[in-house]
Design a protein around this ligand. Sequence first.
Ligand code: HEM
Ligand SMILES: *[C@@H]1O[C@H](CO)[C@@H](O)[C@H](O)[C@H]1NC(C)=O
Ligand SMILES: CC(=O)N[C@H]1CO[C@H](CO)[C@@H](O)[C@@H]1O
Ligand SMILES: CC(=O)N[C@H]1CO[C@H](CO)[C@@H](O)[C@@H]1O
Length: 331
Amino acid sequence: MKRNTSCVLLPVAIVLVLLGSALAQLDTAFYSRTCPKVEEIVREEMVRIISAAPSLAGPLLRLHFHDCFVRGCDASVLLDSTAGNTAERDAKPNKSLRGFGSVERVKAKLEAACPGTVSCADVLALMARDAVVLAKGPTWQVALGRRDGVVSSATEASDELPPSFGDVPLLSKIFASKGLDVKDLVVLSGAHTLGTAHCPSYADRLYASAGNGGLVDPSLDSEYAEKLRMKCKSVDDRSMLSEMDPGSYRTFDTSYYRQVAKRRGLFRSDAALLTDDTTRDYVQRVATGMFDDAFFRDFAESMAKMGNVSVLTGVEGEIRKKCYVVNKSYY
Ligand code: HEM
Ligand SMILES: *[C@@H]1O[C@H](CO)[C@@H](O)[C@H](O)[C@H]1NC(C)=O
Ligand SMILES: CC(=O)N[C@H]1CO[C@H](CO)[C@@H](O)[C@@H]1O
Ligand SMILES: CC(=O)N[C@H]1CO[C@H](CO)[C@@H](O)[C@@H]1O
């Protein structure tokens, strides 16, 4: 009798476990019944957003990255600080984030079409993909079904996000803690083909100070350093922006790698890619301009991996109504 029961129960248990893990996976067809036009709606609004403000492609890509690296891709990056809590978006490495208004715009369109259905975390993943596509970069299928988290913490953002002064050992350790490898590091750093940066993110490479042992960064091309010093008059000058991939900062292409190969990467983290065999080989290969397609494929693959980091699925978390606030205040 005992034996018979386990004969019946064991297969049932296996099926349940398999079902459970299948449900926990993201799926490109996740909204096919509940919001079949989700991708069209996001795409249409993104075309409007980017044609009005082409420089938002970079910030919208970066939002998804910051989201995924802190607590997984759960839209915690979008939450506002509250009376008792300083949120991620107000943490030090996050202060220069932009594009929140555009996310709310897209989310509002989705709420109108399919109320309470599409998570803000999925909105970020789709907007990041469309930002890259509209900047003439690669496209990829975005697996969906992320749920939104209910916690956002400034201290976590400061601990989990890679710092601009990071070297390869530190950066790869941070990436590894997210299940991303050294290849993902060098490939995803290619996102710095888009966008701009504030002086405090790299000024310590330009000016000798107590903080850098009184040395300017010898790994930075000196002619380029001279140009940057004109933009960035002092270590904490926040008035000017520098294009990270000068001349094509609105176009997703491989010229970032040519800059890095010429010792013109803007951050120490970019320059560091020349100090490790694996990452240097990749930079130099793509810098030839003969492997654009391979880089595009790699980027698409690494973005799918990044979009999968510690996602909430099933009944975890919630579907926020507004992306900047947890939805319990609406119920
Ligand atoms: C490898 C580690 C990384 C470091 C240390 C890093 C650091 C930074 C810093 C310091 C800025 C400039 C912030 C400012 O001064 O305004 C920046 C901008 C940016 N980052 Fe990264 N980042 C990294 C990886 C990534 C990844 C993985 C992505 C996306 C997949 C990304 C996308 C961007 C974009 C698009 C911008 C420009 C944003 C804008 O135009 O406002 N970064 N990053
Ligand atoms: C996403 O994560 C799941 C579960 O950990 C894994 O099975 C799947 O292969 C991952 N997908 C990608 C694109 O990394
Ligand atoms: C680099 C940067 O933007 N730092 C700011 C981050 O956020 C804190 C707190 O809001 C500000 O005081 C910093 O100036
Ligand atoms: C639509 C939706 O997911 N609503 C959720 C809002 O948050 C509360 C509590 O966190 C959930 O119970 C609702 O289901």
